[in-house]
Design a binder for this molecule. Structure first.
Ligand code: DSN
Length: 427
């Protein structure tokens, strides 16, 4: 980052100051938002590369502008590597991020007004899975399945009965706030029983699928898998649609020219790099470690009395009901932890009686902490700090002490891509 900081020092010192501030925040605090991660230094380099200058509407070999000899190389590389990592027949790496990625699938494979069976937002689904406030929720007829109140797990009997009743054209799995793996074979059976297509939005857990630590929906015969590239995969902020070969033309046409214009070629270069890393043996170790860290964190928090949705985790995240555990809402919990340099996000829980900006819980995840090299015993320390803070969220003196301990602890775990000597610049 030297060049960037040096350049900004000459031309925009206010921006340089904010950048150094963010670098310091990321280095001295513990990132536990399950959808965040620290990307590779090579990804930061490619994002800031001259590929950002290039327009490349179309696809490799079929572009609407000249000068594509290198953009074609990187896009083909990204597509081929993504197919190899996930065992897919076709990949589209142009979606600008997660929302257009999912929209492109619905618009490419369905007609407006068609029915989609997907997970309810408050039970862990995503806005693009048909929340009434989303444009997709207005354009398509979404039927929402929920989790079983007794276990917190998806109720497959309910999924089957909703499918029989509403006969969806698409059965959608995937989540942003649910701490378990999916029974893809059961979802496929539901879809087959009504002749529906199957899709998983694996954005949160694609890193664990790539690394073999969670199940791969294609093994159960799924038609489409979507994923953002910046969460557990550690890549740039982008989207990838993986699908069967016979759906490829409809998907590609839906992304461009249906929904988007020029692809972000700097992001596609970075996705190519991310897929190379995801295929390496070290990534398998990383994926397993993310899950073992989440289990260690969950185990210690539960030992201390935490009420976790589904009573634990099989993936990279846990969802805690802070209202029932500590008598505080998710916003109060998020703010108290933030004051100690521990970053989580407030989260609605199933059928939450509270509104989204003051929900009943928080979401906690381990991809970023694992990237920094934190291990199972570090998770115990983290849980102990979290418990103490959440028990006494107004004890500002003690929280300030914990913040100092957190900073000291974090100094052992450098953030990839951040040179600590840069942080002295504006201190
Ligand atoms: N914002 C992402 C998440 O945190 O889960 C999903 O889009």
């Amino acid at each position: 980052m030297h060049t960037c900081l040096d350049l900004l020092a000459q031309s925009d010192s206010s921006l340089q100051e904010a950048l150094v501030g963010e670098m310091r925040r990321q280095s001295t605090g513990i990132e536990l938002i399950p959808s965040e991660n620290y990307t590779y230094p090579e990804v930061l380099c490619l994002l800031g590369s001259v590929f950002t200058n290039k327009y490349a509407e179309g696809y490799p070999g079929r572009r609407y502008y000249g000068g594509q000899e290198f953009t074609d190389v990187i896009e083909n590389m990204a597509r081929e590597r993504a197919c190899a990592v996930f065992g897919a027949e076709h990949a589209n790496v142009q979606p600008l991020s997660g929302s257009p990625m999912n929209q492109a699938v619905y618009l490419g494979l369905l007609e407006p007004g068609d029915t989609i069976l997907a997970m309810d937002l408050s039970h862990g689904g995503h806005l693009t899975h048909g929340a009434p406030v989303s444009h997709m929720g207005k354009l398509f007829q979404f039927i929402r399945y929920k989790t079983d109140p007794a276990t917190g797990a998806i109720d497959m009997d309910e999924v089957m009965s909703l499918a029989k009743k509403h006969r969806p054209k698409l059965v959608l799995t995937g989540y942003t706030s649910y701490p378990r793996d999916m029974d893809y074979a059961a979802f496929k059976a539901v879809a087959d029983s009504v002749g529906a297509l199957t899709m998983t939005d694996a954005s949160h857990y694609a890193g664990m699928v790539a690394g073999g630590a969670m199940m791969n929906p294609f093994d159960a015969g799924f038609d489409v898998v979507t994923t953002t590239s910046h969460k557990s995969l550690r890549g740039p902020r982008g989207g990838i649609i993986l699908c069967r070969k016979d759906l490829a033309a409809r998907i590609d046409k839906s992304v461009f020219p249906g929904l988007q214009g020029g692809p972000h070629m700097n992001v596609i270069a970075a996705i190519a790099y991310t897929m190379k890393r995801a295929a390496e043996p070290a990534f398998r170790e990383y994926a397993a470690h993310v899950v073992s860290n989440a289990k260690a964190l969950a185990a210690r928090l539960m030992e201390l009395g935490a009420d976790l949705i589904t009573g634990g985790t099989d993936n990279h995240m846990l969802v805690m009901n802070t209202q029932t555990t500590y008598g505080i809402n998710g916003r109060e919990a998020e703010e108290a932890l933030d004051a100690a340099g521990i970053t989580v996000n407030k989260q609605i829980v199933p059928d939450d009686p509270n509104p989204p900006l003051r929900p009943s819980g928080i979401r906690v995840g381990t991809p970023a902490a694992t990237t920094r090299g934190m291990g199972n015993s570090d998770m115990t320390q983290l849980a102990d700090w979290m418990h103490e803070i959440l028990q006494h969220p107004n004890n500002t003196g003690r929280i300030a002490e914990i913040k100092r301990d957190v900073e000291h602890f974090c100094a052992q775990f450098p953030v990839p891509g951040i040179d600590m000597t840069d942080l002295d610049l504006n201190s």
